[in-house]
Ligand binder design. Sequence first.
Ligand code: ADP
Length: 297
Amino acid sequence: MSISVSKISKTYDDQHALKDVSFEVKQGEIVGFLGPNGAGKSTMMKILTTYLDASDGTALVNGFDVNSQSMDVQRSVGYLPEHNPLYLEMYVREYLSFNAQVYKISKSRIEEVIQQTGLLPESNKKINQLSKGYRQRVGLACALLHDPKVLILDEPTTGLDPNQLVEIRELIKSVGKEKTVFLSTHIMQEVEAMCDRVIIINQGEIVADKNLNEMIDQNDQIIEVEFDYRVEDAFLSKLDHIKQVKNIYGFVYHLTFDTAIDMRPAVFDFAHDNQLKILQLSRKNKDLESLFRELTN
Ligand code: ADP
C-alpha cells in the first residue's frame, strides 16, 4: 500500500478540519481527493507530507509513519503544495539546482526532469517570465527531482487556462504511469479526466471512496437524442429500461435509463423501427456531477 490513513483527526483550536478519516491508496493508482473548498483536503495532504501533525490517528506513506519517520516519508514523497512557493527571480535550472542540493541530486537528474515535464523550451527563462502552466511544470519537476514513489499534488490545475489545463492533466497522467499519485481538486471533471478512483471528502469526513467505473455504473444513464419530429413521451416510454422522458427543447429529449448497459444502440434501433430520424445522439455523464453535489451539500 502506498498510502494508508487510519482514523486521522485534526483540530485547529476548536475547529474540526478532519474527523476520523481512513482510506488507502494502492501502488500505481491515480486517486482524486475531491471536496468543496474548506473540506479538509489541504490539511490531509500536509499531514501526509509531514508539514502538519495530526491531532489523532496514524498514517503510513510507503510504509513509513508520518509521526515517527518523517524524514523517510519526505524522501519517498514528492509534494506540490497548493500555493507553490517558487522563487520568481531565479532561472528555471537555477531553481531546480537549488532544490536538488537538499537531496544531493545529480545534474543529469535535473535534465531528466526538465525533459519529463516538458520544460526544455522555457528552461533558460526566469520563473517570473513563465506562464502559470509552466510554473506548475516547475513545481512538478521539483516534486519529481528525488524520484519519489508517491506524488501528492494539492489542487495542481487551479488557475490554469483551458489549454494549460489539458497539458498539465496529460503530464500528470503520464507521470502516473510510473508513480502513485494522490491529487486534490474541487472539480469533478478533473477526477474524470485523470483518476482511477475518487475519494470524496466533505466537512472533514469521507463520504465516498469508489472506482470511477463504479460511480458511473451506479448512476442513471442519460441519453440526449434529437429527432426530426415531435415524439410523444408515452411513445418513448416503451423503450427498455426507461425511467424518465424529458423534452428539453424543440425535438431534443433526455432519456434516463436505470441500467449501466450502453443504451445508445437500443435508442437508434427503436428510432429506425418506428420510422423516426435521429439528428443527434449522445450519452451524458453529468449525473456524476450531481452525485458529487448530493454528497457534499
Ligand atoms: P481544503 O483544502 O479542502 O479547502 P483545508 O484543509 O484548507 O480545506 O481547510 C479545512 C478547514 O480547516 C477549513 O474550515 C479551514 O478554514 C480550516 N483551517 C485550515 N487551516 C487552518 C489554520 N491554519 N488555522 C485554523 N483553521 C484552519
